[in-house]
Design a protein. Structure first.
Length: 241
């Protein structure tokens, strides 16, 4: 079994009834709602949206209710039944939403140049650098030339500044592993260096700003904003082809 296959299978025992984000002011999901609502509504000829890692359907339902797209692909490593997806989103949403349980990062169910908008929140933080690269590589073929991408990932430097009380937990872990005191900057570097190691259920992969930007440059994306700075804890990159 490949590393990436193990990575996807590591999700199978977690988030029963579907993952949903919190709505605290630090994460600022309401601010992200405002952004994507405005951004999606101002674009013409939007037909197909791809949401990567839909979980229990929190964002899927919001995007569906905007009534902007003819079709929405909602993909996840877990089944719709496991996530209670249709119970939350509503059976009526099947008129536009196609739920797909993915077995890999290939996106073979999507036609070339079919996607107009890609959205992902609280998902790439749970995918290794290798897995993210596969998505970035394959999305290049599936999105049209005017597509927009709005994707959140994990950067330890931003997180440590926004939530130092929570980041202390990471310092404690690595202090125990290294058997010496680990300060914030060193801990951030360690976490980024560790962003492509073995999967564990629900773990975070802190790929960092530089790694994510390098992947976008490698596959010839055009970065509009490295970080929308809506979420005060995690970067949300906004880019196009």
């Amino acid at each position: 079994m490949t590393k990436l296959k193990k990575e996807l299978e590591s999700f199978q025992t977690i988030w029963e009834n579907g993952f949903h984000c919190g709505w605290d002011t630090t994460r600022n999901q309401s601010g992200l709602e405002d952004f994507i609502k405005e951004d999606m509504n101002k674009r013409s000829n939007l037909k197909v949206c791809l949401e990567i890692g839909c979980g229990g359907g929190q964002w899927s339902k919001f995007i569906y209710n905007l009534n902007v797209f003819d079709k929405i692909y909602c993909i996840d490593a877990l089944s719709a039944k496991h996530n209670n997806f249709w119970q939350y989103v509503g059976e009526e949403a099947k008129d536009k939403i196609e739920y797909i349980k993915v077995e890999d990062f290939e996106l073979n169910f999507i036609k070339e140049k079919e996607i107009d908008y890609v959205f992902s929140y609280d998902v790439f933080c749970h995918i290794s650098l290798s897995g993210i690269e596969q998505y970035i590589k394959n999305l290049r073929l599936k999105a049209n030339d005017n597509a927009r991408f709005c994707i959140m990932f994990a950067d330890p430097y931003k997180y440590s500044k926004s939530e130092p009380h929570n980041f202390l937990y990471q310092q404690q872990i690595w202090t125990q592993r290294k058997k010496r005191n680990i300060e914030v900057d060193e801990c951030c570097k360690i976490l980024i260096d560790d962003c492509d190691t073995d999967p564990e259920a629900g773990r975070w992969y802190w790929i960092g700003n530089d790694n994510f930007k390098s992947l976008l440059n490698k596959y010839n994306y055009k970065i509009i904003k490295e970080d929308l700075d809506i979420d005060r804890t995690n970067p949300i990159s906004y880019f196009t082809l």
